[in-house]
Design a protein around this ligand. Sequence first.
Ligand SMILES: [Zn+2]
Length: 320
Amino acid sequence: MEPDGKPISISLDRNEKNSSLAFISHAHSDHIAAAKSKRKPKIISSPETCSLINAVYGLNPELYESKGSNDGISMLDAGHMLGSKQLCIDAGNGRTVYTGDYQMQKSRVSKPLDYTDADTLIMDSTYPDPDIKFGDRAETEMLLQEWTEKRLNEGIVLFGSYAMGKAQEIIFILNKIGIAPVVSKRIFEVNNVYIKYGYNLKSYSAYDAPDDTLTFSDNFVGVVENNTLKRVSEMLSMFHKKHVFTAVATGFASIYRFSTDAQFPISDHADFNQAIELIERVKPRKIYTYGNNNAKFAHNLSNAGYTALPYPGGKTITIE
Ligand SMILES: [Zn+2]
């Protein structure tokens, strides 16, 4: 509650006009509307997320300074990407946790998910379907490494990826087998934020690598943003007169067939079984589903024996 007795309303990864604060769970572009908005609400977020928002979008959101247990607002790690958090609210109606994007498997470039008992759990609904299952991450990483080494003998290898989170995961996996890939300018900028927070990623920027470290006469591995994969692949093939092998690493690889030479189902989201695992750990009395697919997710959770409903609070959470 605010000092004047008014309830505090917090936007959840959105920019709702009636909210006094905004929670930004992580720096992916579909979650940062509040940081872009002209009304500039104070932001509940991690310093890592603020650094990424600054490096990638050139924005300077003002962080809300939590008064610790006084205001009932705290955060827990979400395991999704660097700086990703869940929001934890302690109020008159008990404890509520909003997950934002999260995952339970250990990412190479993010702190693992943390959890607490809560009365109410508001869950992200990205993968609402029990049929979608992400396999063993270590095994998939090994397949990615083996495929890359094999193809590198025959040509150039190019990965398409989100610039934030997944690109760094791929780079880390490649670094483990001694490969430092060439990356796009934006990915290089994001890498620098990860490095600032202790993740030792080795890569070269395609724009300013020193000549003596980047030997284009050899085959090499590149990581670029998804939307440029096809174009860069054609360009490299024409310029170097070599075969360019393309690949993606995404959770959607377990649902869709991509027009690349290889695809690896490495997700930074929870699948349905991981969602159940989180519910079992948090033991909430009420479960709400949030975001795209929330109705389908609630339906499938109900089929699995849990009482779940699409979140009725709109895009905000209110502390009475
Ligand atoms: Zn995300």
